[in-house]
Design a protein. Structure first.
Length: 85
């Protein structure tokens, strides 16, 4: 069962928009956003079934959590916008 929590607002994109990362349509691209509660939201490719069995022994995932994959370029371009604290 998904965890219930207040829905925060998207404050800003972290990193470059998809078009600046080479997307021609900007319709289906990984993306990162900072939320009003200080957390981050990720748009990526759902890969829970494939990657869950490969997680290290000290990693855990709740039933309501999913593993998503974003491109290396997306994260590297976001690095400058991620706060240090």
């Amino acid at each position: 069962m998904p965890r219930e929590f207040p829905v925060p607002n998207v404050v800003r994109r972290i990193g470059d928009p998809p078009r600046l990362r080479g997307s021609q349509t900007s319709e289906t691209c990984p993306d990162l956003f900072e939320l009003s509660d200080g957390n981050f939201a990720v748009i990526g490719t759902e890969a829970t079934a494939a990657l869950d069995p490969q997680l290290p022994a000290d990693a855990a995932r709740a039933d309501y959590e999913r593993i998503v994959v974003i491109s290396r370029e997306t994260l590297i371009r976001a690095k400058r916008d991620i706060p240090d604290v």
